[in-house]
Design a protein around this ligand. Structure first.
Ligand code: B12
Ligand code: SF4
Length: 481
């Protein structure tokens, strides 16, 4: 059987918002996960439109497309194309789960929720000649999964080829988050076994890892055992966690000792009213500044996530938030315009209040105001969002923020990480065009590894050698926080 798996780019990479470096960060892990269920004699091709031109003249039997909200129209175009060519087209992922009827018009089979139970069930039915039009996930588990088909990933096209997920979902229920819409009433937070997670880490070459888990610290027991097991592996890693998980217990120290060097943290808003409105109670009453200090004391850089446009936000929110972030010495910040994804509690509320302004999914990219804000105009919200980025990443702000670090090494690291990410973008673009982005990984590792915390163990010198992918293949895982 010939199988083609596609991660479509947002509105065909022609969008003015297409930033080559952002889209050359991570490989399509979801599709590589699903590929693990195919038979060894299936011919499978995995293409990621963010980093390569799609070959559309082929004749696969089965086409598998992952649909995000911002790539939905492109995904449907590709699905229609392959149906015309006689392929059986499967659509799955977050947007399909949110709006199954919309997706079903472009597919032979649609999949709701995670694919670990539905995809193998479909494959069995398909091979027996009786595939169903719809499969909905009910059995949630990461135990005993086939290995991710990393051999299908062109590592040289990505800055961070070693992305992985060792858990799915999150124990919290924030109203704006995709999570509850995707997992529905079923189990919405579960983990691999620690041994399986450590096994996957050991198989990954090099030093750097990026955990894409929504909340790697969601199960403190799992996380503690994982970090314990990772000690001494010589890894440098990045991930996401909540403010609460930083402040509670000694989990964050264990994480740093095992190589955590930068953490994506969902602060979201400085307003308690906004937190209440969005059901983000786990952030309520938390000392954000103390969380940042704790991370910085451990040599962990902070990628802070903020969302603008909640009901307590007026036009002063942008400058206030940026000023606060700079004062705290935050290295990188990710700003978002509040976006009511279909299927979320936020969307239901906005819809009931008649505040949804458009259902053009291309605009649901957290850069556009697709709803009527309460205390400012949609235009002011968008303008403020862009101003926040501009202000935060001005050299003046970067230097002021870096001065917050106690040592010269810490300041240099801050400048290199923050400046390198935003100020050297034209250089990144050239390197990406030359298909050399993976050559920059040692530079990223160098910056992450330059820690001024003498209590942390130095990373082991030895690199994991590149594995024999063929052997593994036959023998053998935002707005998140
Ligand atoms: C990594 C990531 C990215 C990366 C790369 C994406 C990639 N290469 O896959 C980058 C940085 C490029 C990115 C960009 C964006 N992202 Co993003 N990203 C993620 C993140 C953190 C992890 C994705 C991942 O790898 N998960 C792990 C794998 C194993 O799971 P999975 O991909 O979901 O796949 C499983 C299922 O979905 C299902 N499945 C998926 N497809 C199919 C198909 C079939 C046939 C079947 C059976 C099953 C199936 O089975 C898989 C195994 O269970 C998610 C958050 C999250 N937890 O998902 C956000 C997330 C997907 N991103 C999101 C958004 C909004 C964006 C951006 C618009 C952000 C922005 N402002 O620019 C852009 C646009 C992306 C686009 N092209 O349209 C939203 C999507 C919301 C939505 N409803 O679609 C998320 C959920 C974050 C959030 N909480 O808001 N993103
Ligand atoms: S926003 Fe973060 S903490 Fe809230 S439900 Fe989503 S992943 Fe969990």
């Amino acid at each position: 059987m010939k199988v083609k798996m596609i991660l479509p780019a947002l509105t065909e990479a022609t969008s003015p918002f297409f930033r080559p470096i952002k889209y050359s960060l991570f490989p399509p892990l979801g599709l590589a996960t699903l590929a693990g269920y195919l038979d060894p004699d299936d011919e499978v091709v995995l293409q990621d439109e963010h980093v390569q031109k799609l070959d559309l003249e082929d004749q696969p039997d089965l086409v598998v497309i992952q649909v995000y909200i911002t790539s939905a129209y492109r995904a449907y175009e590709l699905a229609d194309h392959y149906r015309r060519r006689g392929a059986h087209v499967c659509l799955g992922g977050l947007h399909v789960t949110s709006l199954p009827e919309e997706a079903a018009a472009h597919a032979d089979t649609i999949f709701l929720g995670p694919g670990e139970d539905t995809w193998p069930a479909f494959l069995q039915d398909y091979r027996q000649g009786r595939p169903l039009p719809r499969y909905a996930s009910t059995q949630r588990s990461l135990i005993g999964l086939p290995p991710v088909r990393r051999d299908l990933i062109q590592r040289n096209l990505y800055l961070v080829p070693n992305s992985l997920v060792v858990s799915r979902g999150c124990p919290h229920h924030c109203d704006f988050c995709y999570k509850d819409a995707f997992y529905g009433p079923g189990r919405s937070f579960y983990t691999q076994t620690v041994d399986a997670a450590l096994g996957e880490i050991e198989r990954l070459p090099g030093r750097h890892l990026y955990f894409l888990d929504d909340h790697l610290f969601g199960s403190p027991r799992f996380a503690a055992e994982l970090f314990e097991g990772m000690r001494g592996m010589g890894r440098l890693w990045q991930s996401a966690g909540t403010v609460r998980s930083i402040l509670q217990s000694d989990l964050i120290e264990k994480a740093a000792a095992s190589g955590l060097r930068s953490l994506f943290v969902g602060f979201e808003t400085l307003s308690p009213d906004n937190l209440r409105e969005q059901n983000k109670s786990q952030n309520l009453g938390r000392d954000y500044a103390a969380a940042i200090r704790r991370l910085h004391d451990l040599g962990v850089m902070v990628n802070a996530s903020f969302v603008f446009g909640m009901d307590d936000d007026d036009e002063s929110v942008f400058d206030r938030t940026v000023e606060w972030a700079v004062e705290q010495g935050i290295e990188t910040a990710t700003f978002h315009v509040l976006t009511p994804y279909p299927g979320t509690a936020l969307h239901a509320r906005m819809k009931a209040q008649g505040r949804i302004l458009t259902e053009n999914w291309d605009l649901y990219d957290t850069r556009h105001a697709v709803f009527q804000p309460k205390r400012m105009s949609p235009g002011a919200l968008e303008a403020g969002y862009w101003r926040a980025y501009h202000e935060f990443y001005r050299w003046g702000s970067i230097v002021r923020s870096a001065r917050n670090k106690r040592s010269l090494l810490g300041q240099a690291r801050h400048l290199a990480y923050s400046g390198g990410w935003k100020k050297l973008e034209p250089l990144w673009d050239v390197i990406i065009r030359l298909k050399r982005v993976s050559n920059l990984l040692p530079a990223l590792e160098g910056v992450l590894g330059a820690v001024d915390n003498p209590t942390l163990p130095a990373p082991a010198a030895g690199d994991n050698p590149a594995p024999d992918w063929d052997g593994i293949q036959t023998a053998e895982s935002r707005i998140v926080c």
